[in-house]
Write a protein that binds this ligand. Structure first.
Ligand code: HEM
Length: 402
């Protein structure tokens, strides 16, 4: 029983992910049991790469239902979370994911390249005349929000409102009450309903229209499924990528030799992004529930037990990665688990996140001369979450914008 490290408490991550503590756990207590204020049987924390992969890939034994969120009550359906794609298991999950994939093809993502490039250029151009900004609120958070809105088809005038609901439903602000979260989710569903209504008879070239038309084995998505997916997409797509951009930039600034290697050879970016995903790991964990009695790394697990996969720990596992606490922009192979450790729920937006961050990092490398953090990164406020690791604000300054 490990009670000193309170994994479900956002305060544990106030100064960033406690890697030193997890190094100890990987060494001496790789499958440890923890109390949870709302889960009667607590949960098991799995911290080694091989064990995280085992749980993630064995969906027969470890299910996602009723939901995979450490922050949500035991079986409760707070804000409808148990209907989300990420809370479903086969066969419903498989069926829904197949339908959604119709609107999420690699070609559709690649087609967005020019729009994303324009958006990146516009966001950096907006900083013209300045020599400092908040990397989170002036730059990083806008890109994924607009990319999802472009993809789904949210018109420009409505975006500010949709972005606001997205922030509230995620609940990073400790002052937001569960009632306010529920209200924002309901407003989002109503908004998605209206978007569908407009497109039902007059489809447009956007994901919402594709989802409305998508058919697999004679099945179509119902309105609630579309609404839930709309909300999941806003959250999953925006709150994650922004942190890869901000924490990834910080990681490069803290490893100047690696930053220089990248600046002199930008073609290293795709490999470097995999390394930043590993090093930063914006999503800290997801849970599973054991369907049957089983074991993980030799530890007996009973049917009904909850298991939490700690991705940042798996991504620093010295059994898999040489010198894991160092950024190496040429690290290959790099079997990181930042998008999940394999299995049916592997991140649906991985290729989109890779594309967005590539274009944004390219702009950061090429256009900001003399970029540096403006202050002590340790003192910068982080998001209040046990799910997402990232900065709420990250002031930076530079000498010249190119
Ligand atoms: C750096 C950015 C991102 C990170 C680190 C990330 C991470 C993750 C992780 C860890 C999972 C769970 C995987 C599992 O349980 O096996 C996941 C699932 C998911 N992600 Fe991402 N994600 C990112 C970006 C995105 C984007 C841009 C989108 C949408 C456009 C997206 C949409 C989703 C969806 C819909 C799921 C649920 C898939 C399912 O349950 O079948 N993600 N992501």
């Amino acid at each position: 029983m490990s009670d000193t490290l309170v994994l479900h408490d956002p305060a544990t991550y106030e100064q960033g992910f406690p890697h030193d503590r997890f190094r100890e756990l990987r060494h001496s207590d790789p499958v440890s049991h923890h109390h949870h204020p709302a889960w009667e049987r607590g949960y098991w924390a799995v911290v080694r790469h091989a064990d995280v992969q085992h749980v993630s890939r064995d969906a027969e034994t470890f299910q996602n239902a009723p939901h995979p969120f450490l922050a949500v009550g035991e079986d409760s359906d707070e804000a409808g979370v148990s209907g989300l794609l990420i809370s479903l298991d086969a066969p419903e999950h498989h069926q829904l994911r197949k339908l959604i994939n119709r609107g999420f093809t690699p070609r559709r993502v690649a087609d967005l390249t020019e729009r994303i490039q324009d958006r990146v250029r516009g966001l950096v151009d907006d900083l013209d005349g300045r020599t400092s900004c908040d990397l989170v609120t002036d730059l990083a958070l806008w890109l994924p929000l607009h990319v999802i809105a472009d993809l789904v088809g949210v018109p420009e005038p409505d975006r500010e409102q949709v972005f606001e609901w997205t922030e509230v439903t995620f609940g990073f602000d400790p002052n937001v009450t569960p009632e306010q979260q529920l209200e924002a989710a309901t407003l989002m569903y109503t908004y998605a309903d209206a978007m569908c209504e407009e497109r039902r008879d007059a489809p447009r070239d956007d994901l919402m229209s594709v989802l409305l038309q998508a058919e697999v084995d004679g099945e179509r998505l119902d309105q609630m499924q579309i609404d839930l997916f709309f909300m999941l997409l806003q959250n999953a797509g925006s709150e994650t990528t922004r942190n890869l951009i901000t924490s990834g930039t910080l990681a490069l600034l803290e490893h100047p030799a690696e930053l220089e290697r990248l600046r002199t050879d930008v073609s290293l970016l795709p490999v470097a992004i995999e390394e930043l995903l590993r090093y930063v790991t914006p999503v800290m964990q997801f849970c599973r529930t054991a369907r049957v009695d089983t074991e993980i790394g030799g530890m007996p697990i009973s049917a009904g037990d909850r298991v939490v996969m700690m991705y940042p720990s798996a991504n620093r596992d010295e059994r898999v990665f040489t010198d894991p606490d160092r950024v190496d922009v040429t690290r290959t192979p790099n079997d990181h688990v930042a998008f999940g450790a394999g299995g049916p729920h592997f991140c649906l937006g991985a290729s989109l996140a890779r594309l967005e961050s590539k274009l944004m990092f390219q702009a950061i490398l090429e256009r900001f001369e003399g970029l540096e953090v403006d202050g002590d990164p340790q003192a910068m406020p982080r998001v209040n979450s046990n799910l997402i690791d990232g900065f709420a604000h990250l002031p930076v300054k530079w000498q010249r914008l190119k």
